[in-house]
Design a protein around this ligand. Structure first.
Ligand SMILES: Cc1cc2nc3c(=O)[nH]c(=O)nc-3n(C[C@H](O)[C@H](O)[C@H](O)COP(=O)(O)O)c2cc1C
Length: 335
């Protein structure tokens, strides 16, 4: 097993453990809708479909970026991709770096011929190898858009992680200007705040996935993999570092009404999806909640999607919202 494959296998194993979820929630529990006692709707009328990247989606939900390139990687990606195809929801791929570097086959498009697929590489790989690497990542799976992930905390904690982040913004600007598909910039669990969002908007980014604090903690996962106690001591105060997703969404939205905004980081059910849309997101993403079903089967992933979609529709019914546009102005209780 190569070093990258071993790391990915560790990530999957550790991400399933509750202790590597953030110590406190993403803040969605503080967001409460005003209950609508007279919905004046039939539940069957409630329509949670949306359009993302000019394509129909049965729900405002993306299967979040998770890893391939290890022992279980192919099965995980196959189960996720087949479910995305059948349920008509988008799927984000995990980092394609290992597959591109090692020349491995990337079969995801074969399992999801019509689904919206989002490619993925790290910002430091983009800075080191340029737009050409991002374009190869897009072409290898015929991606509909390309995600570039920002993970400075994870790289700090990770042994041999990338520590030179100079030139990342220039690389993103070049990518936005020349890549053949839209660029989405995401974090991995510390969040993209309003100041960073503005700098990204200024260099031409039109989609941001906030990936805030409250779900999977990458500092905690990487910390569990390091053996040196000195390194663990340095990392200790940062294990819960980051900005809560529920607070970030309205603050990033206030930077720009035009920005495409993806809510992620600690969303755990369909009610969280409803809350994140009400706070200003266009669409949401979940990663860790799909990991266990993805290890099991395509049917298990489909079941998970159907439960999330039904929870969202209940939230819409109980706020008297026939469609997502209505949900986005449903009354909230004062905090
Ligand atoms: C097992 C696992 C692997 C991940 N790999 C990647 C990755 O390769 N690229 C990436 O951008 N994000 C990756 N992520 C981060 C997620 O996309 C997401 O931003 C983060 O886990 C927070 O969302 P969550 O709380 O729903 O898990 C991974 C997450 C998990 C659980």
């Amino acid at each position: 097993m190569t070093e990258i494959s071993q790391r990915k296998a560790d990530h999957i194993h550790l991400a399933l453990q509750a202790e590597h979820q953030a110590a406190t929630s993403a803040g969605f529990d503080r967001i409460r809708f005003e209950h609508c006692a007279i919905p004046e709707l039939h539940v069957d009328e409630v329509d949670c479909s949306t359009v993302f990247l000019n394509q129909y989606c049965s729900a405002p939900l993306i299967i979040g970026a998770m890893t391939g390139g290890c022992e279980h990687g192919e099965a995980i990606n196959r189960h996720l991709a087949e479910a995305a195809e059948q349920c008509q929801i988008p799927m984000a791929l995990g980092s394609q770096r290992a597959a591109l570097q090692e020349g491995l086959a990337q079969d995801v498009r074969r399992w999801a011929p019509k689904a919206i697929l989002l490619g993925n590489i790290g910002a430091t790989q983009l800075q080191q190898h340029g737009v050409e690497l991002a374009q190869r990542a897009v072409d290898s799976v015929q991606a509909n858009a390309m995600i570039i992930h920002l993970n400075p905390l994870q790289e700090l904690v990770q042994p041999n992680g990338d520590r030179d982040w100079r030139g990342v913004l220039d690389a993103i600007e070049a990518c936005c200007a020349t890549l053949s598909v839209p660029v989405i910039i995401k974090e991995v669990g510390s969040g993209i705040g309003p100041s960073s969002a503005q700098r990204l908007i200024d260099v031409g980014v039109s989609w941001i996935e906030v990936a805030g604090r409250g779900g999977t903690s990458w500092a905690s996962i990487e910390n569990a993999r390091i053996e040196q106690t000195r390194e663990q001591q340095i990392a200790a105060p940062f294990l819960d570092w980051g900005m809560d997703t529920a607070q970030l969404i309205p603050r990033v939205r206030s930077q720009s009404s035009q920005l495409g905004l993806i809510a992620s980081g600690g969303l755990r059910d369909g009610l969280d999806i409803a809350r994140s849309l009400r706070l200003g997101a266009n669409i949401s993403a979940m990663a860790q909640p799909f990991l266990q079903p993805a290890l099991e089967s395509t049917e298990a992933v489909i079941e998970k999607i159907e439960i999330l979609r039904e929870q969202l529709r209940w939230a819409m019914f109980l706020t008297g919202s026939k469609n997502l546009k209505k949900l986005q102005s449903a009354p909230l209780l004062p905090m």
